[in-house]
Design a protein around this ligand. Sequence first.
Ligand code: KG4
Ligand code: ZN
Length: 411
Amino acid sequence: MKIKQFLSTKKLFSIRNYSLKVLGIETSCDDTAVAIVTSDRKILAAERYTEREIQRKQGGINPSVCAQQHNQHLPRLIEKCLFDSGTSPKELNAVAVTVTPGLVIALKEGISAAIRFARTHQLPLIPVHHMRAHALSVLLVDETVKFPFSTLLLSGGHALIAVAESEEIFKLYGESMSGSPGECIDKVARHLGSLGSEFDGIHSGSAVEILASRSSESGHLRYPISLPHVEKANMNFDHIKGSYLNLLDRIRRKEGDELDIPDFCASLQNTVTRHIATKLHCFFDSLEAENRLPKQLIIGGGVAANNYIFNAISKLSAAHGISTTKTPLSLCTDNAEMIAYTGILMYENRWKSILWTPEEIPDTIYAHARTPIGIDASSEILDQPRRQLVNSTIHGNEAIRFRNFDNFRSK
Ligand code: KG4
Ligand code: ZN
């Protein structure tokens, strides 16, 4: 990695004078995605291919099936993006590719394609962290977002609470110790059996959200479980998943087919939301105590598409004087636009990360299943928040309450 040598090339010195154009490749899970994005925030082309329904029918995500899919479809999607945007490879400034975290064999397919393309067309290669890209993707569409901001990322692979101090510095305050909200919801939804053809081809999480919206008034309380006990701002979604799978078995054994699916979905969604809200409150409370809490929270990741979860989080944030911004839906789930744009930010900010010149691109780049988003800052989180959140108040239009400090603020 001779980054200094690269940074001194004529091309990079003149980057401020023209718009950068970067090809992004994302293959960390089951979406094969390619996009071409410019530094002036234009998405010139974006393609995404997934066989979600087939995988769902086979019982969940199979890493080797994902890898095969990426291998088969990447060349076509790259060609299509170039064609649709009228871009010749010569006009590109770099290739950005997801290298971590994700399914290693799936990531490897994107990495190989990116290496081949970058070498063939003599382009620099930028390795991108998938979760940082989720956090930064909002900058592609919202100029008002300024560093530092807090970020809550909820996906099928992760849950984390971090502060983005800049494009390059992230502090990690809390994360899931086991499981993720997306996988938890998806797995429980699968155990509900066929939900009907109206849900074919959409994420299980979104099916659960739609079904929950059809629940009875207090349906979200009908199937309660106890929330996991996890330290500080950390989370545990495997606990919630296990409890709901057990509950489902028990109900089925006892009551036959009497399960009320909308109420069950509403209860599952409410429990996941209460867990996230409790931990986010702990984070807010800890940083407020030190006067270090950023005034803006960005929510991203596939699960952020869930309006029930978003509303609860925004209500809680407002009670702490924090504004909440949701990453637009098209950028919430896995996509290559966020990878390309993160690549641009890294390129523009002359990031101290590894950025390979065309001559230096190695034969292979390691793909890592897990890499933290940033510095571990969990020691800054209080063991117990100073005020307890009455977490039942995250539901609907109820005003957020804190124990011993009712109606602290409502919105
Ligand atoms: O970020 P993402 O596309 O992929 C990962 O990096 O994991 O997130 C996918 C996850 C899936 O688990 C999916 O069920 C969930 O996001 N999801 C939702 C909703 N839409 C997608 N979960 C809850 N409610 C939704 N509306
Ligand atoms: Zn993701």
